[in-house]
Design a binder for this molecule. Sequence first.
Ligand SMILES: Nc1ncnc2c1ncn2[C@@H]1O[C@H](COP(=O)(O)OP(=O)(O)OP(=O)(O)O)[C@@H](O)[C@H]1O
Ligand SMILES: [Mg+2]
Length: 438
Amino acid sequence: MVSRVTTVAFQGIEAQPVDVQVQIGPGQVAFTIVGLPDKAVGESRERVRSALIASGLSLPAKRVTVNLAPADLPKEGSHFDLPIALALMAAMGALPAAELERYVVLGELALDGTISAVAGVLPAAIGANTLARCLICPAPCGPEAAWADPEMEILAPVSLIQLANHFKGTQILSRPQPKLSANPSVLPDLSEVRGQESAKRALEIAAAGGHNLLMIGPPGAGKSMLATRLPSILPPLSPRELLEVSMIASIAGELADGKLSERRPFRAPHHSASMAALVGGGIRARPGEVSLAHNGVLFLDELPEFQPQVLDGLRQPLESGETVIVRANHRTSYPSRVQLIAAMNPCRCGHAGEPAMSAGAASAAPQNTRRACPARCSTGWTFGSRCRPSPPPTCCARPRPKAPPRSPSGSPVPAGARPSATPRSASPPAPMPPPAPG
Ligand SMILES: Nc1ncnc2c1ncn2[C@@H]1O[C@H](COP(=O)(O)OP(=O)(O)OP(=O)(O)O)[C@@H](O)[C@H]1O
Ligand SMILES: [Mg+2]
């Protein structure tokens, strides 16, 4: 006989139903999992075996086959432990199989039989509600699941034994309650900024209209400080936005204690961020910073220091409001409608345009000018101006005083003397003189 339990596999923020089928049959003693499991799912054999022993059950000395259907859908994550264990318990007669068919199950097992928190409980609960099923999830994720539907039946047990007792009727589990995080930290407030009236006005206009904004100014002008104060003047999340933001945070495993936050996301990745960190992806597709900032602010401080490829990778999410990650065997998309705020200095030294700095500058060396200038990006990021080549700043391009030539022994060579003992191979060939005109 085959016992079945339903769980989910995640594609983006959508939960696809997965049928966990367990058969205990005659043959060589083995415990096999098939159906495109990843490493974490393959390792669940050991966790399930130990958790069952810790709960007073032992695997029968028979051939145990676990099939995760549909077989061509990749199964990633540790949340398959609990559905596999429950299907096994049902096959062994320790749990009522017919009762289990009403539920969607997800959770990770510890070796002592306790059930640990997993990512993606909120999308799984919403998916279960769409399938008109109830949900079994880890106790720490119960408040998160309760947001899916106030009428939905949710079991959030601490351990396998507690769940078995619930089905026996000896210890009835109560429904977890939805919770909001208390947001104890007070946000930095825009009213703390002294002066900077035009910059504050620009921030207010950007906040009201959801516009992207680029701040260019010298060091210490207050660009970073102004950007971190933008969330204090943004409107609160609407219920629909709250659910969207929380689903992405849930998939990324960033919902602490299963509590949702009403604050708009504010993500400020460091400029060393990789493409996978900023845009999303990796071997196991995960939402990047641009998706974690969905319905909120993505702040890129020191914009020119980001890798140009990474900045180019942001073009598609910014234009379409969605990040699409395509792999050989699957395609994932995450919502990423963000307000992009960026800050940068006008040049490498940061003082371009200041009268004292531009006086006396001789020539402009291209390597000293802005790297990865946002003018190369055609997404209309620059606030109030179109992309156009700008004259190179002259402040940080002053020619450096040349070090006096040194002899091979290391002592300075007197002025006028020619360094004679320099090996030929050490000196680069002299450049070709330009052709004479005419
Ligand atoms: N208008 C202002 N009102 C209050 N404090 C300010 C103001 N301008 C600057 N400051 C102070 O100066 C500090 C430096 O500002 P901030 O780090 O935001 O400058 P920046 O423009 O980002 O510089 P950099 O280009 O070096 O990153 C802030 O932490 C803040 O304490
Ligand atoms: Mg700064």
